[in-house]
Design a protein around this ligand. Structure first.
Ligand code: FEO
Length: 405
């Protein structure tokens, strides 16, 4: 199945009307994997389809073109619902160069053993002449994973944003103006589930779109938005503005033996404030436990830190944690940190208390699930006051702040 959507541009995707499992959800209305073939002098494919449909996809493509003629395969995003058919396509399109970001290239080579293939690694704003059309590329990290980019066809005023502006719906009608059922709520739900955890990156992406004239948005899931494409960009602008950072605040509390956990606390605060969120920092040695618990109750997030002594927490931290557990302070975001010399068990005890108190604990599993961050950031353990650890604290503060936005 293929459908011409613009001069020399064909939809060559796959409609998947099953209840597809995706990111711990069941896509009740199914989805589509939209792939596009640009039949220019240097024929180009933009994104493929889900890994399950690789062979079928290539056979379908053959009805329009011998894949051996393809010059370029653009991969905007490496998740298997878009890059999954790349091995099958690359095997049939032997001379095609793979166009993606630097990180995308590294991931694709490793995932699909494509080390022998020629890649074109593009940066923000780069162009590619595909013989009769010009493609421009813009890096859009974390929308939806770190390596992601979007592609814009200049002459067609058409944007290929992959996951961005998508809807999970098995849209047989293909175009939004032909939609037989309501879909805007699904479009918003998709934003909420997939994009909103990365809100600051959505704003960066929208800034990049400001210089482009866009008639059609051709995403990788759901409807091609050819009717009033601008309204969907405006919807993203509105949704990304909701929940502004200005009125958020984080409380940081610590107990320290030699001052190193205090230094980590200050770096965390710096990282958070760089993102426009205010912080209150308490050394528990000089503060009243009950008063600090009240400040935590009124905060949007809390970071609790302690040095480790004899494999345990120090000072009044356990008293504070016990109070939080007893009284409850809501389900706000929380994380543990602390400086250590050789073992650093305090953070594990803190984290256990935070879980027991019903707080939403930011740790490595949480970060993998929400941001795909692969560097261990929380629980934050800083060895003594080494520069490397304090730099990680600064970064961890920034990531914590972004989760609150
Ligand atoms: Fe549609 Fe991030 O995959």
């Amino acid at each position: 199945m293929s459908i011409q959507i613009k001069d020399k541009i064909f939809w060559v995707g796959k409609i998947d009307d099953r209840k597809v499992p995706f990111h711990r959800l069941i896509l009740e209305r199914g989805t589509t994997y939209n792939s596009y073939l640009l039949m220019t002098e240097k024929p180009t494919v933009i994104d493929t389809v889900d890994i399950e449909f690789g062979r079928e996809y290539v056979e379908n493509l053959r009805k329009l073109i011998d894949p051996a003629q393809l010059e370029y395969i653009v991969i905007n995003h490496v998740e298997p619902d878009h890059a999954g058919a790349l091995p099958a396509l690359a095997a049939a399109a032997k001379k095609a160069k793979i166009v993606t970001t630097e990180l995308g290239g590294r991931l694709l080579k490793d995932m699909f053993r494509l080390h022998h293939r020629e890649f074109i690694l593009v940066k923000d704003g780069d162009s590619l002449d595909i013989g009769g059309k010009t493609l421009r590329f813009f890096e859009t990290p974390f929308l939806h994973t770190e390596e992601t980019m979007i592609t814009y066809s200049v002459e067609d005023r058409t944007l290929f944003p992959c996951d961005i502006f998508s809807t999970h719906i098995a849209a047989g009608e293909l175009y939004n103006d032909l939609a037989e059922e309501e879909y805007v709520e699904d479009f918003k739900l998709y934003y909420k589930l997939i994009m909103s955890p990365h809100r600051p990156y959505v704003e960066n992406m929208l800034d990049k779109l400001k210089g482009l004239s866009i008639d059609v948005i051709a995403p990788a899931h759901g409807y091609i938005l050819r009717e009033d494409a601008g309204s969907f960009i405006r919807l993203y602008q509105e949704m990304s503005k909701a929940g502004n950072a200005q009125d958020k605040k984080v409380t940081i509390v610590f107990s320290t033996m030699t001052g190193n956990t205090g230094k980590a606390a200050q770096k965390l605060a710096e990282g958070i404030e760089e993102k426009g969120i205010s912080t209150s920092v308490f050394n528990l040695k000089n503060a009243d436990v009950a008063e600090v618990a009240e400040v935590i109750r009124a905060s949007d997030g809390v970071l609790i830190g302690s040095s480790t002594k004899y494999a345990d927490m120090v000072g009044k931290i356990e008293e504070l944690l016990g109070l939080l557990k007893e009284k409850g302070v809501g389900s706000k975001l929380a994380a543990a940190f602390g400086s250590y010399g050789w073992s650093g068990e305090a953070v594990t005890h803190i984290e256990r208390y935070l879980c027991d108190a019903g707080l939403k604990v930011v740790n490595q599993n949480f970060l993998i699930e929400t941001l795909g961050v692969d560097q261990p950031l929380f629980p934050l353990r800083v060895k003594f006051d080494r520069e490397e650890g304090l730099n990680t604290a600064l970064k961890a503060g920034g990531v914590f702040a972004e989760l609150l936005k």
